[in-house]
Design a binder for this molecule. Structure first.
Ligand SMILES: [Zn+2]
Length: 315
């Protein structure tokens, strides 16, 4: 059911599917749109996935399914949608919602309410809903939607799990997803994490090009270029993990198979492929792998990188 959008939002999808499969759904989510155009369709898919017992079925047909069809046409009793054309969401809308949600769900075992434009909750309407957000009755799930978390009141935000749609171009998805799943324990991607990963991707490419252009002289230059990364062991590990994936893709390109992660970076991949033989690439992957094993222990970061550069570019 998520397949349709999986490639557009792999990180968010992985987070949500895991929560559903492990029965660890939060009672309140806030979805940050981040200019993702299909956000509402996506969220309706999520709702169907929660509510419809057949949604995970491969042969499940939405149009023929009474639950999903009702959700699609906004006729599902246990789903309430709140929006307003006014500048603020009115207190009365929320009081009404809570009254309706007092009764146990009739159709399924979940009741879900969606508040579009959660940034329109002002202090008076927010107070009406805070307790409801914090201590909901069993089976109630809140889904708040906003263009940006920074527009939403802190008291609301702190009571919700933040799900940030990814705003990155399609080309970065596979790497970001890989690095994110390998290194971040957070429950969802945030704009900050995404920016950090993107910056590491571009640094890993710069580093790889530098190694081929300047060989062992890279030692003289890298600390200027990567000073901010070098201060943190964790950042260095991430940088080299991306480098590992990068060389893996260069090797794939070199032997004529399609690249797996660095789609959208064909120019860089081609450049590196031209400067390296297959053996050199295999050697590089090996060196990066060894480096990553060692750097986890308490070795000196700069010494380890120097040694790495000499091993690769010494000849
Ligand atoms: Zn269904």
């Amino acid at each position: 059911m998520f397949e349709k959008y999986y490639n557009e939002q792999p990180v968010v999808s992985t987070t949500l599917i895991n929560a559903i499969n492990n029965n660890k759904l939060s009672h309140a989510y806030i979805f940050e749109i981040n200019n993702y155009v299909n956000y509402l369709d996506y969220i309706y898919q999520f709702v169907k996935y929660i509510v419809c017992p057949n949604a995970k079925d491969e042969n499940h047909n939405e149009e023929e399914c009474p639950i999903c069809a009702a959700i699609n046409s906004n006729n599902y009793v246990e789903l309430k949608f709140i929006d307003t054309d006014l500048l603020q969401i009115k207190k009365e809308q929320l009081i009404e919602l809570q009254r309706e949600f007092k009764t146990k769900p009739i159709e399924g075992n979940k009741k879900i309410y969606i508040i579009l434009n959660a940034e329109k909750l002002n202090s008076s309407s927010a107070n009406t809903i805070l307790k409801f957000l914090e201590e909901p009755e069993e089976g109630i799930i809140a889904i708040l939607i906003t263009p940006s978390r920074y527009m939403v009141m802190d008291t609301i935000l702190s009571r919700c799990q933040i799900i940030a749609f990814s705003k990155i171009g399609k080309s970065n998805y596979d790497i970001v997803k890989k690095v994110f799943l390998d290194f971040y324990n957070e429950s969802s991607m945030s704009v900050e994490i995404e920016d950090e990963i993107k910056s590491l991707i571009s640094k890993s490419i710069t580093f790889a090009r530098m190694l081929d252009d300047r060989k062992k002289d890279t030692i003289l230059f890298y600390s200027d270029k990567f000073g901010d990364v070098l201060g943190s062991r964790e950042q260095v590990i991430k940088l080299f993990s991306i480098l590992n994936v990068l060389y893996y893709d260069v090797l794939k390109y070199k032997i004529g198979t399609s690249i797996q992660y660095f789609n959208g970076y064909e120019e860089d991949i081609k450049y590196l492929a031209n400067l390296n033989t297959v053996d050199e690439l295999i050697n590089k992957i090996q060196e990066v792998t060894d480096f990553n094993k060692k750097i986890k222990y308490n070795v000196n970061i700069n010494l380890a990188i120097d040694k790495f550069i000499i091993n690769l570019g010494g000849k």
